[in-house]
Structures are given as structure tokens and as C-alpha cells.
Design a protein around this ligand. Structure first.
Ligand code: FES
Length: 184
């Protein structure tokens, strides 16, 4: 009986070595990329989270003012982010005077209505726009006078006499309800 040589049986082991290497390399590259991304996420998350301001920092960033504590016609000073803020509960007469100044406040012209959210509440930074002193109530224009070099601001916080050249700034604020504003 003669034995006939049989044709070799093709298996995966018989695939050309170059193809197998290419497949393995692609698999390794994909796996490495996946681990790399996961690792980057693990490193980045705590970092991003550390960039979020803590609750205490957020609390310092805003200041809630109870408007019921400010009698009609009076202004009170509050500290926000280390700086004074004047909140003035203006009477009808004081609002009328402030609106008259729309035409006479020429150093840094601004309409009173554009400087308030509600006519009876003026909210301005208590920082002189000359060199940063804290102005005091009084002066010739119904608002504040700076004790450092004599600048004067009217009943809308507009500058009326230098050396300051610009109006008292208005901080960011909003009404939470009729009796509360949140500064910041
Ligand atoms: S700092 Fe107010 S006038 Fe100079």
C-alpha cells in the first residue's frame, strides 16, 4: 500500500508572521490608548475638582443684605470682598434730586435710572475712584465727599468734583426678593 503525501492542512498558525505581528501590534496600541485615557481622566478629575471654589469661598464671594435694616433716607455701609459697598434707601425727594443731576453731572455723565435697579435703592462701591479712599456722607451734592483729596459724589454716586474723574462703581447685585439683595 502506497502512502500518498497529503496536502498540508491550513491553520492560523500558518498565517504569515507579518500579519500576526500587525494584528498584535494594533491590539496593544488600542489597549495602551484606552489605559492612557483612563489614567488621564483619573489624574484630571481631582485636579478639575480642586479648581471649583469651595462653599466657603463662594459664600465670601457674595453678600446678602437685608434691606429692612436700612431706614428710608439713610445709607449703610457693608463689607463685600474686603471692600465697602454703600446701600442707600433713597426717599422720593432724594430720587428727584438724583434725577435732576442727569443734566448737570457732566464729569462722567450717566442717567440715574441707569445706575439703579429700583429707584429707591442706590448700590455703589464705597471706593473713591481717585486713589481708593472711602468717601464719607456729605458734601455739596447730596452724596459723599472723599476725605483724602476732596472729590465729591452726588445722590447717584456720580462724580461732581475731582480729582476723581469717574463715578462710584456699581457692584454686581440682584434682588432676591423685595427685602434682600445679593451683592456679588
Ligand atoms: S482718594 Fe478720593 S479724592 Fe483722592
Amino acid at each position: 500500500m502506497s502512502t500518498k503525501p497529503t496536502a498540508p492542512h491550513a491553520t492560523d498558525d500558518d498565517a504569515p508572521l507579518g500579519d500576526v505581528d500587525a494584528e498584535r501590534r494594533a491590539l496593544l496600541v488600542n489597549a495602551t490608548a484606552a489605559f492612557g485615557l483612563a489614567g488621564a481622566a483619573c489624574v484630571a478629575l481631582p485636579f478639575v475638582s480642586s479648581m471649583n471654589p469651595s462653599r466657603s469661598v463662594k459664600a465670601l464671594a457674595t453678600l446678602d443684605v437685608n434691606l429692612n435694616d436700612i431706614p428710608l433716607g439713610e445709607a449703610k455701609t457693608f463689607l463685600w470682598q474686603g471692600k465697602p459697598v454703600f446701600v442707600w434707601h433713597r426717599s422720593e425727594d432724594q430720587i428727584t434730586e438724583a434725577r435732576k443731576g442727569d443734566t448737570t453731572a457732566t464729569m462722567d455723565p450717566a442717567n440715574d435710572a441707569d445706575r439703579v435697579q429700583k429707584a429707591e435703592w442706590l448700590v455703589v462701591m464705597g471706593v473713591c475712584t481717585h486713589l481708593g479712599c472711602v468717601p464719607m456722607r456729605g458734601g455739596e451734592y447730596g452724596g459723599w465727599r472723599c476725605p483724602c483729596h476732596g472729590s465729591q459724589f452726588d445722590d447717584s454716586g456720580r462724580v461732581r468734583q475731582g480729582p476723581a474723574g469717574t463715578n462710584l462703581e456699581i457692584p454686581p447685585y440682584r434682588f432676591l426678593d423685595d427685602a434682600t439683595i445679593r451683592i456679588g
